[in-house]
Design a protein around this ligand. Structure first.
Ligand code: SF4
Length: 282
């Protein structure tokens, strides 16, 4: 999940004729593409942007990979949910773009962040991108909800410098209402990060009337504290309505039509709950 609303990349969509394999017939091209997708040499990218002070330290090139199995009520980017709505990019194309900013990453302590959608929907692609980044001395971050943490092989985690772990609620029933999915895989993944010593930032989206119950926040705080050996910070992200138009454009039922951003007092209460556990909070 990202914290900002995205615009689509200028590349053709997955359904379009591949521009990368000219001079071959369509069936052959599709076979080659499928093979490249399977091995992670090619993947579906919704968009990318150069950002500073979000999605990890320094200036970052964030790629929003297409595809997500959750359906969070507050999703800012429902247009990233379907893999077929992304555009195919090869590793070489991704890295060509990345390497343009190598000096900027070095000067700012930044790097590459893979976000989405849910990047682990394309685990093989993530693995290839992170490997190529590490070969080039570039810092890597993964913005994930953790639901598909079982797909994160040790290879991937070996090449991961920072995990932005979105813990969308601490009470399983609330998590299911918020995301339509189960909480447990996220908790298991976070514990695995802790066991490996992978630096982690826990992120929690605060939505009045949905995620703000004291006991729900308390459960997230307790969990974050239980893996505090790797949690460098907790980011409490205030809900906003910047994604609403996308839900409308896609003809999706948006349940948070009347939800308001949290008040300053509510934000401080929630941040205080994390601070009380000895966590560093932003
Ligand atoms: S995990 Fe939730 S917020 Fe993130 S892209 Fe999927 S539905 Fe949207």
């Amino acid at each position: 999940m990202s914290t900002t609303a995205k615009t689509a990349s200028p590349f053709p969509t997955l359904g379009a004729t591949s521009p990368f394999l000219p001079g071959r017939n369509a069936t052959h091209d599709r076979h080659v593409e499928l093979d490249q997708i399977r091995t992670g040499e090619m993947g579906s990218v919704h968009s990318w942007e150069l950002v500073t002070a979000v999605d990890g330290p320094g200036t970052r090139l964030t790629f929003f990979l297409a595809g997500c199995g959750l359906r969070c009520q507050y999703c800012h980017n429902p247009d990233t949910w379907q893999k077929r709505n992304g555009t195919l990019m090869t590793i070489d194309e991704v890295m060509k773009r990345v390497l343009r900013y190598k000096a900027v990453f070095k000067a700012t302590g930044g790097g590459v962040t893979l976000s989405g959608g849910e990047p682990m929907m394309q685990a093989a692609f993530v693995r290839q991108i992170f490997r190529a980044c590490k070969e080039n001395g570039i810092h890597t971050a993964l913005d994930t909800c953790g639901f598909l943490g079982v797909r994160a092989t040790d290879d991937i985690l070996d090449d991961l410098d920072l995990c932005l772990l979105d813990v969308k609620s601490g009470i399983p029933e609330t998590y299911k209402i918020v995301t339509t999915r189960e909480l447990e895989p996220t908790l298991v993944f976070g514990r695995r990060l802790a066991a490996r010593g992978t630096r982690t930032w826990v992120r929690f989206v605060l939505v009045p009337g949905l995620t703000d119950a004291v006991e729900n926040v308390e459960a997230v705080a307790e969990y974050a504290a239980s893996i505090s050996s790797v949690v460098e910070r907790v980011e409490v992200l205030p809900f906003h309505q910047m994604g609403r138009d996308k839900w409308h454009e896609l003809g999706l039922h948006y349940q948070l039509e009347d939800a308001k951003p949290p008040s300053y007092e509510l934000l401080e209460r929630v941040r205080g709950q994390f601070r009380d556990r000895g966590l560093t909070v932003y």
